[in-house]
Design a protein around this ligand. Structure first.
Ligand code: SF4
Length: 304
């Protein structure tokens, strides 16, 4: 079912991050859309999905027809961004915390591309932009991303490289194979890229090796931030162990053996890291290399 499209006249775009934010090391998030047609976890085993965003919207997603069934088009997004030049001087940005900037509607509305053009042409003196997506559509903007140089990084999320897992859990996501190809193409074009394996799910033995060949580095996390429906989904799939931090930590160690510590980050604090050309580094200083698992994060226990 195609999502219902709602055009809005948004006057706010930038959200300043607080010390409680998932990306608290980054200054601002921005979202060209609200709502997301990828509806992660909304497959045959999950009626709520595992995306954390609807829980942040205080019932708005349900009022608009349910998460995944609507997309709000923030048609003035680029104008609002252009008016924020002073706030963005020297700032770090994340696009997007609450939507996928390259979900299918972007092919028609091109708001994400307009935001990139605004940063480059205005120009806005940002320090760094992290883009996160599940879509190969990001390849359309390679020309702009190359102009950013080291001021941009693209993360592509692939929780599992198994097509049977995608079809069952994330049927609206593009195939993992196409997302891996997008990683390789971006990397070949000289754009810093990371693979995001989150929430980690059962995968093939080849996944770490393919990641090593495709991305500069890999970030891994588990279902600590997913909504309650995500937990039910994992249980319906028989993946109870993937809700346990120790299991994911052990799996992360096998990735570390393939990638090496410089090319792997595990847990929340490593999301806001960047590739410096040789290794992933955190904006607020590096954790010891042996400390690949963020103990504060995992001490919270499995997602509820
Ligand atoms: S792509 Fe991101 S925002 Fe969209 S449904 Fe999936 S987790 Fe949520």
């Amino acid at each position: 079912m195609a999502p219902r499209l709602i055009t809005t006249d948004t006057r706010t775009l930038l959200v300043r991050q607080t010390r409680h934010s998932f990306v608290r090391e980054i200054d601002f998030t921005m979202s060209p859309y609200s709502g997301c047609a990828f509806q992660c976890g909304g497959g045959t085993k999950g009626d709520q999905g595992y995306c954390y965003v609807p829980d942040l919207l205080y019932g708005r997603a349900e009022r608009l027809g349910g998460w995944g069934n609507y997309v709000e088009i923030r048609k003035r997004a680029a104008d609002v961004l252009a008016a924020s030049a002073e706030r963005l001087r020297g700032a770090t940005l994340f696009m997007s915390a609450t939507t996928d900037p390259y979900q299918p509607v972007e092919a028609e509305f091109r708001l994400t591309r307009a935001l990139l053009e605004t940063i480059l042409r205005k120009p806005l003196a940002i320090k760094w932009l992290l883009i996160s997506t599940r879509s190969p559509l990001v390849l359309r903007d390679v020309d702009l991303l190359q102009e950013f140089g080291a001021r941009v990084e693209v993360g592509i999320s692939i929780p599992s490289d198994r097509e049977d897992v995608r079809r069952t859990v994330d049927p609206r996501n593009p195939p993992a194979r196409r997302r891996m190809e997008a990683l390789r193409a971006l990397r070949s074009a000289g754009i810093p890229v990371r693979l995001q394996v989150s929430p980690m799910m059962p995968s093939t033995e080849d996944f770490p090796r393919a990641a090593s060949d495709s991305a500069d580095w890999t970030w891994i996390d588990w279902l600590a931030h997913g909504r309650a429906g995500g937990r039910a989904l994992f249980e319906a799939m028989g993946w109870q162990e993937w809700l346990v931090a120790d299991h994911v930590s052990a799996r992360a160690e096998t990735w570390r053996e393939t990638l090496g510590p410089a090319r792997l980050g595990v847990g929340r604090p490593w999301f806001a890291a960047r590739w410096d050309g040789n290794r992933a580094v955190r904006w607020l200083g590096d954790a010891p290399e042996s400390d690949v698992v963020d103990n504060d994060h995992y001490a919270q226990g499995p997602a509820r």
